[in-house]
Design a protein around this ligand. Structure first.
Ligand code: HEC
Ligand code: HEC
Length: 478
């Protein structure tokens, strides 16, 4: 059986608010058949808050006890099973899912555990005897338990800030600065991984356990281990769902967005009106006509986009996400300094200070000469990425379009963790989704980054940092 099938997990009512997953504005702006196609792809792959779908193609640990058939009993009505972990969840009545073999291929067979004898490891199932499983067939008991638990923990503790769909727009969100993370872009700030890698489970677990100091992201140390693990899995899943939608929209909005069609029709009409009488081009077509044409192009029975291209786009997007999240977890994505921490002495801090003020580091342009987070970059008007427009407000912005101050380094507050290794990683790879750039592999050698770490981490102990001018170093280095 193809690994790619999806399993419906009914969450059940009476588990707190049953709100719907919201959709992005960019989905709402699509022509109606394109919008329907995106929503269907989301429902097929992820379901609704009432009925989550576990799409096996994604690298999500949906949960359950995984095992394989050892032997098939002589009467053909039971097996001995080999479990990958603790078999505690294998109890009579638990849902049993066959992942490979003849029973799995029979898509109508939904079984549950009939009986299980922990001593002899003998398992029977309720449901038809045929087709019979064979030795080596894979099965899961209680599939989806982790995702379901994760959802419950999330709805109770996270939803009011991060929103049902993980859009960062829960009911309390608008009063907070910085805003709760919108997971749907697939970008996380405080990771131990290189750019553009996804965070590891450990990164997300750290954030959930200890919170993000200096922000409203609280610490959830009081959650049990299983609950923390489950909610982290649920956040990864929400992020995959959101990025899946975003990427489908990106693919469709060029040709099939109402808004884009209206804008281009308006522009053509304005050009037509502005043209001199003797140079009049042909009258442009109305937005209505263009929309009709686009709808036909999308829905055509034989060669419409929905039939010919869209299934491939869904497939590629799922692959892309699966690879990204799997690669994030790969040890080669982890930032590990090539040299141990340079001893934290006066000489190292002084080298770090010079680097901080140098043209290689340029830290001062954002963080200020004295590290107070008030560098010249906070005074400028910046352009929005990929456009010529400038933000209305002075200063830096994050990838979500919100104003963002560089950190005041004299406070000694580190949002991504306060171990020297954490600060090393921030400087090496930057902070994803923010203007804080990475310096590793390019501008600074690992030894130099350690010097900067030693300097930066000493700033909180200086009541009045010695004034220094960038010119001082520039002049010396000539
Ligand atoms: C009171 C509001 C609030 C609640 C409740 C809350 N968060 Fe957050 N969360 C935030 C804010 C604010 C940020 C962004 C901080 C920043 O950008 O520095 C954030 C960021 C995050 C991040 C992103 C970390 C990164 O590296 O980008 C994750 C993951 C996260 N929260 C998970 C959770 C989970 C899981 C829960 C529930 C167990 C939760 N949050 C509950 C406010 C909240
Ligand atoms: C273009 C502006 C810019 C430059 C240049 C820059 N930073 Fe940052 N830095 C930021 C911003 C913005 C943040 C806050 C990001 C956030 O938390 O959302 C930040 C955050 C930090 C943090 C806090 C990390 C944490 O865990 O809270 C440290 C440490 C830091 N920068 C060090 C440096 C050093 C050292 C340099 C030079 C090698 C540097 N920065 C260069 C903009 C910049």
């Amino acid at each position: 059986m193809a690994v790619g099938f999806a399993v419906l997990l009914t969450v059940g009512c009476g588990q707190g608010p049953q709100a719907q997953f919201s959709v992005r504005d960019t989905t709402e702006e699509l022509l109606s058949p394109a919008q329907k196609a995106v929503k269907k792809a989301l429902d097929d792959g992820f379901g609704t808050p009432h009925e989550l779908v576990a799409w096996q193609r994604l690298p999500v640990n949906y949960g359950g006890v995984h095992g394989a058939v050892g032997e098939v009993l002589a009467d053909g009505k039971g097996i001995t099973a080999k479990w990958e972990g603790d078999a505690a969840g294998v109890t009579a009545g638990a849902p049993l899912l066959w992942i490979s073999g003849a029973r799995a291929a029979e898509s109508t067979s939904v079984d549950s555990v009939g009986s299980f004898d922990a001593k002899t490891k003998t398992l029977t199932w309720s449901g038809a005897a045929e087709p019979a499983p064979a030795a080596g067939d894979k099965l899961v008991i209680g599939f989806g338990q982790t995702l379901k638990t994760g959802r419950m923990v999330y709805m109770k503790n996270c939803m009011h800030c991060h929103g049902v769909a993980g859009d960062g727009a829960g009911p309390t969100a608008k009063y907070l600065n910085p805003l709760p993370r919108d997971y749907r872009s697939g970008v996380f700030k405080f990771t131990s991984t290189l750019t553009p890698e996804k965070p590891t489970r450990d990164d997300l677990t750290r954030v959930v356990k200890y919170g993000i100091p200096g922000t409203y992201m609280p610490s959830f140390l009081w959650l049990g281990g299983k609950e923390t693990e489950s909610v982290v899995e649920y956040v990864r899943w929400l992020s995959m769902r959101g990025e899946f939608e975003k990427r489908l929209d990106d693919d469709l909005s060029g040709d099939f967005s109402q808004k884009a069609i209206e804008e281009s029709a308006e522009k053509a009409l304005a050009e037509f009106k502005a043209a001199k009488a003797d140079e009049k081009p042909e009258k442009p077509r109305s937005a209505g006509d263009l929309k009709k044409e686009a709808v036909a192009k999308f829905t055509n029975e034989t060669d419409g986009y929905e039939k010919t291209e869209f299934p491939g786009v869904i497939d590629d997007t799922a692959n892309f996400l699966a690879q990204g999240w799997t690669h994030g977890e790969d040890p080669e994505s982890l930032i590990l300094p090539s040299v141990p921490r340079v001893p934290d002495d006066a000489a190292s801090r002084e080298r770090g200070r010079r680097m901080y003020l140098s043209d290689k580091g340029k830290c001062y342009t954002c963080h200020g000469i004295q590290g107070r987070g008030d560098g010249a970059a906070t005074e400028d008007f910046w352009k929005k990425p990929g456009s010529d427009e400038v933000y209305e407000r002075r200063g830096l912005h994050d990838a979500w379009g919100h104003p963002l101050m560089p950190r005041n380094l004299t406070l000694g507050q580190y949002r991504g963790g306060r171990r020297p290794l954490d600060v090393f990683r921030r400087i090496y790879a930057g902070i994803k989704g923010t203007p804080m750039p990475g310096f590793g592999r390019t501008a600074l050698k690992d030894e130099e980054i350690w010097d900067v770490v030693n300097f930066v981490m000493s700033l909180q102990y200086q009541s009045a940092p010695a004034p220094a001018k960038p010119a001082e170093h520039v002049a010396e280095s000539k």
